[in-house]
Write a protein that binds this ligand. Structure first.
Ligand code: ADE
Ligand code: ZN
Length: 335
C-alpha cells in the first residue's frame, strides 16, 4: 500500500545523528567517546527540558568532522525519510554548532549540500535548506555567517533557501535578531523562527512583527493568547508542531495531553514534524503513527495534516498541486 505522502518542515539535520552513526563516526575519526557502549549512550536520552537535550545534542556532534561525515549524516536522514513517505523536506542546519568547535563552514555546509544535491534523484525527496542561527550566541556572529553565505564564498555552488532561529529560547527573544532577518529578507531568503516552544506568546508576536517570519516553529504556547491565535488563523501563519519532541522535552506531560486536535479545531494551520528524531523517538511518519494511535485519527484527518504541510512549504504552486494530487490518490486508496 502507498504511504501517505508527507512534507517535513521542522527537522534539524544534526538531530538525526543516530547513536549507531555516532559510534561509526567516532571510530572513523579516532574520537574517544565518553560512553563505553550504545546502551550507555542511549541511557543519556532522558531529558528534563530543552537545555538538557541541547547539551547532549551539541556534545554528540564532536564526532562529525569531515565533509563526508556531514554528507553521510544527511544521506542517512534522506534515506530514512523516504522510507517513511517523505516527499519533500525543508531541513534546518546549525552552522554555529560546527564553526564554534573549529569546523570550517565550507566543510559542514558543503557536506550537507553534497547529499541534498542528489536527494531528488537518489531518494525521491525534494529538499530546501534553511540555515538556523543559535539565539543564545551573539547576533553579530549570525550576521557574519549570513554575510559569508550571501557573498557566495563558502563552498562551490552552495546556496540556501532561508534562515531560522533555534537553540535555548527563554531569555533570547527574537528582537535580538531583527537585523539578521532584515538582511535575509532583503536578499530574498525565506524566514522562519522557533518561538513559543518554552518561551512565552510575546516571543511569537516578536517573531511575526519584528522578524516578519513566514512560519513559526513549534508555537504551541500561542494557545495561551487568544488574540495571537486569532492573528495566526487570520493570516494563515503555519505552526510546525513536533508532538514527540514536545513530550520528550516536557513541554507537555503525555501525548494524550497534546493540543494538536484543539489547534486544528481553532483553525490553525498546523503541520506535524519530527524536530530531532534520533533523540525524540520518531521520524515524521512515526509522529503521525503515534498521533493516529493516541487520537484515533481517520484518513481525512491524516490527509488534512499532509495537505497543511504542503501548503506551509516553500514549494511553488505547481509543486504543491502535484503533491496534493498524491494525497488525493492516497485518500482514494483508503476508501
Ligand atoms: N535545536 C534542535 N532542536 C531544537 C528545539 N527543539 N528547540 C530549539 N532548538 C533546537
Ligand atoms: Zn526545532
Amino acid at each position: 500500500m502507498m504511504a501517505l505522502p508527507l512534507v517535513e518542515l521542522h527537522l534539524h539535520i544534526e538531530g538525526t545523528l543516530e547513536p549507531e552513526l555516532i559510534f561509526e563516526l567516532a571510530a572513523r575519526n579516532n574520537v574517544t567517546l565518553p560512553w563505553a557502549s550504545l546502551d550507555e549512550l542511549r541511557a543519556q536520552y532522558e531529558f528534563s527540558d530543552l537545555s538538557s537535550f541541547l547539551d547532549l545534542y551539541y556534545r554528540n556532534l564532536d564526532v562529525v568532522r569531515e565533509r563526508v561525515d556531514f554528507a553521510d549524516l544527511t544521506r542517512a536522514y534522506l534515506k530514512r525519510a523516504a522510507a517513511g513517505g517523505v516527499r519533500h523536506a525543508e531541513i534546518f542546519f546549525d552552522p554555529q554548532a560546527h564553526t564554534s568547535r573549529g569546523i570550517p563552514l565550507a566543510t559542514a555546509l558543503g557536506g550537507v549540500h553534497d547529499a541534498l544535491a542528489n536527494s531528488a534523484a537518489e531518494f525521491g525527496v525534494s529538499t530546501k535548506l534553511i540555515v538556523t542561527f543559535l539565539r543564545d550566541r551573539p547576533a553579530a556572529e549570525a550576521l557574519a555567517i549570513l554575510r559569508q553565505i550571501l557573498a557566495g564564498d563558502v563552498a562551490d555552488g552552495v546556496t540556501i533557501d532561508g534562515i531560522g532561529l533555534d537553540s535555548a529560547e527563554v531569555g533570547y527573544p527574537p528582537s535580538l535578531f531583527t537585523e539578521v532577518f532584515e538582511l535575509a529578507r532583503a536578499n530574498g531568503l525565506h524566514v522562519v523562527a522557533h518561538a513559543g516552544e518554552e518561551g512565552p506568546p510575546a516571543y511569537v508576536w516578536e517573531a511575526l512583527d519584528l522578524l516578519k517570519v513566514e512560519r513559526i516553529d513549534h508555537g504551541i504556547r500561542s494557545l495561551e493568547d487568544d488574540a495571537l491565535v486569532e492573528r495566526l488563523v487570520a493570516e494563515r501563519i503555519p505552526l510546525t508542531v513536533c508532538p514527540l519532541s514536545n513530550v520528550r522535552l516536557r513541554v507537555i506531560d503525555t501525548l494524550a495531553d497534546h493540543p494538536l486536535l484543539g489547534m486544528l479545531e481553532r483553525g490553525l494551520l498546523v503541520t506535524v514534524n519530527s524536530d530531532d528524531p534520533a533523540y525524540f523517538g520518531g521520524y515524521v511518519d512515526e509522529n503521525m503513527a503515534a498521533l493516529t494511535a493516541e487520537f484515533d485519527l481517520d484518513a481525512a484527518q491524516l490527509a488534512l495534516l499532509a495537505r497543511n504541510g504542503i501548503e506551509a512549504s516553500f514549494l511553488t504552486a505547481a509543486e504543491k498541486a502535484a503533491l496534493a494530487e498524491e494525497v488525493d490518490t492516497w485518500v482514494q486508496a483508503q476508501a
